[in-house]
Design a protein around this ligand. Structure first.
Ligand code: AMP
Length: 230
């Protein structure tokens, strides 16, 4: 081996070590935004699997507290049943605690958070996201998706219009998936969304995608976008 090739080999090995270390340290910090029913939960599961980052849904965390009938759950239930947002300080405490868990070392994917500009600003103080993906969806499709949503015991989501559960399967419906609450939740979303969008647009990390296309098409576009950001 010549002196030159040996040196080159060493350089290659050294740079591979560096890349490996960078890969190990690389965090993928994402936010998935969209009105309720835009498909955040469905796509979040795929994103979380592909990039091995935890899917953190504040709605799921709160529903679990309601199920356990904890102090937080008791407080959250009345807000959730009426489609109103919980106070920012309650939510940000949940997020800060969750971010300290081990699985967040590789990053995170937020679904349903931030819901107010104050939450977005507070998140920035703790952790600055890499990308925000907004799934845009028309209201009439959202109403159909949510009024038709049924959840199986294993967490699998069905829809009585588009993807009905098998005959005889036991499924349940979320308390807030009724048309009156859905309209309220949509209103709350549109009232609070613009300032959050502007906040992330200014940072240059806001991306909008259509959420009303076939599931496979939407997730394909999300992966293309995220792979392009790396
Ligand atoms: P979701 O499952 O994301 O639709 O959330 C269900 C309900 O939980 C919402 O309608 C709110 O009452 C509450 N919630 C979830 N995330 C937040 C948040 N980031 N800020 C305030 N309230 C929230």
């Amino acid at each position: 081996m010549t002196y030159f090739s040996l040196a080159q080999k060493d350089i290659c090995e050294y740079s591979e070590t560096l890349n490996f270390q960078r890969d190990k340290e690389r965090k993928v910090k994402l936010i998935l935004m969209g009105a309720p029913g835009a498909g955040k939960g469905t796509h979040a599961k795929e994103i979380s699997k592909k990039y091995t980052i935890p899917h953190i849904s504040t709605g799921d965390i709160l529903r679990e507290e309601v199920r356990k009938d904890s102090g937080l759950g008791k407080k959250a239930k009345s807000y959730m049943d009426s489609g109103k947002l919980l106070p920012d300080d309650v939510i940000i405490e949940i997020i800060k605690k969750r971010l300290q868990e081990d699985d967040c070392k590789k990053g995170y994917l937020f679904d349903g958070f931030p819901r107010t500009i104050h939450q977005a600003e507070l998140l920035d103080e703790v952790s600055v996201p890499d990308a925000v993906i907004y799934l845009k969806c028309p209201d009439d499709l959202i109403i159909k998706r949510l009024t038709g949503r049924r959840i199986g015991k294993n967490g699998r989501i069905y829809n009585v219009y588009f993807d009905p559960p098998p005959e005889g399967m036991e499924v349940y419906q979320r308390d807030d998936d009724n048309e009156e609450t859905i309209r309220k939740r949509l209103q709350v979303f549109y009232d609070t969304f613009s300032p959050i969008m502007d906040f992330y647009k200014k940072k240059g990390i806001f991306h909008e995608l259509r959420g009303d296309e076939e599931k496979e098409v939407v997730i394909g576009k999300i992966f293309t976008l995220l792979d392009g950001l790396k």
